[in-house]
Design a protein around this ligand. Sequence first.
Ligand SMILES: [Zn+2]
Length: 45
Amino acid sequence: MQEPVGTCKKCGKALYCLDGFFYGVKENGGVFCFDCSEEEEKDQM
Ligand SMILES: [Zn+2]
């Protein structure tokens, strides 16, 4: 089962919930894909 949740605030990629697991990261009032959330973390290091 795949439910659309939103789009990545950074790259605009569509994000979904699969079997109740959200494939993305929610932060700062928005949602991001894993790729973009990892880039954010790298920038802070
Ligand atoms: Zn992204």
